[in-house]
Design a protein around this ligand. Structure first.
Ligand code: TMP
Ligand code: ASP
Length: 246
């Protein structure tokens, strides 16, 4: 009789394949499985490479960060690690919006506003982007979100509050391990009417610099062809105390 009891969750149908992760249904209608692949992409999918170990490293990195956020009282979709490359998550109704916080100038803000890289932003600044590769993820504002119905006004407010909370928790976490959280991108979805953190938090979606040397330890190593991409992600993880080899 007990043979029919499922003790492990298995992937069923692939629902969606993004640039670095795939999403699968499971036999629980309220849960999905995220598969972290080795694919590494930048510039809205124009530069793509397979990097050995990256899926495993990002899967474990994400699990560590999501657990830290949960411990800090921030609700996330993370349920549990299933394998080296798979994580079980709650099914969310995702909003097609990216929330970016910047503590230090880098990347697109330097190009858009003509400011130099490496300036402290006090207070940190916040930007919304529309999740749309074909359009190159354009920057949008709250009026666009409300006018086009991409999210409700109260959910927009909640995303901002949560993004700043995540920033506060993670800025301190990285700083304690000798790193600066330069900027990061979050995506949110609705679960039982609440806005909760979805997607991932990995060095693919944030910028991290060594505090002393300001060496780049995130996906800018890939974007800028600096090499040692996954090695740097593992270095960040090692400093945080993550064990990649089970
Ligand atoms: P940006 O400087 O290109 O605007 O990016 C700011 C931060 O947000 C950076 O850490 C990368 C991350 N990000 C993504 O991961 N995906 C995106 O689509 C965007 C717009 C930003
Ligand atoms: N994640 C975004 C993209 O794929 C931004 C980047 O990584 O450059 O274009």
């Amino acid at each position: 009789m007990y043979g029919v009891l499922k003790i492990s969750m298995e992937k069923q149908k692939e629902l969606y394949s993004g640039k670095a992760k795939s999403v699968y249904t499971t036999d629980d209608a309220q849960k999905y499985i995220l598969l972290f692949r080795n694919d590494t992409s930048a510039f809205d999918g124009k530069k793509v490479e397979q990097l050995d170990r990256k899926g495993m490293v990002n899967n474990k990195f994400n699990a560590f960060i999501m657990e830290k956020l949960e411990q800090a009282g921030i609700e996330t979709h993370f349920e549990k690690l299933l394998s080296d490359n798979e994580t079980l998550v709650k099914k969310l109704d995702m909003m097609p919006i990216e929330c970016v916080v910047r503590n230090i100038t880098a990347g697109s803000i330097c190009r858009r506003l003509g400011v130099e890289e490496g300036l402290d932003m006090e207070p940190p600044t916040f930007e919304f982007f529309l999740k749309n590769d074909e359009l190159g993820d354009p920057m949008i504002n709250e009026y666009h979100i409300k006018s086009f119905g991409w999210a409700e006004a109260e959910h927009v407010e909640r995303m901002k509050v949560l993004t700043f909370q995540v920033n506060t928790v993670l800025k301190d976490l990285f700083l304690e391990s000798g790193m600066l959280l330069v900027d990061h991108k979050l995506e949110f979805g609705l679960y039982e009417g609440r806005v909760i953190l979805g997607d991932e938090f990995t060095p693919d979606g944030c910028r991290l610099w060594d505090k002393e040397t300001r060496k780049k330890l995130d996906k800018d190593r890939f974007r800028q062809g600096l090499g040692d991409v996954v090695e740097s992600y593992e270095e960040v993880g090692r400093r945080l105390g993550i064990h990649f080899d089970a």
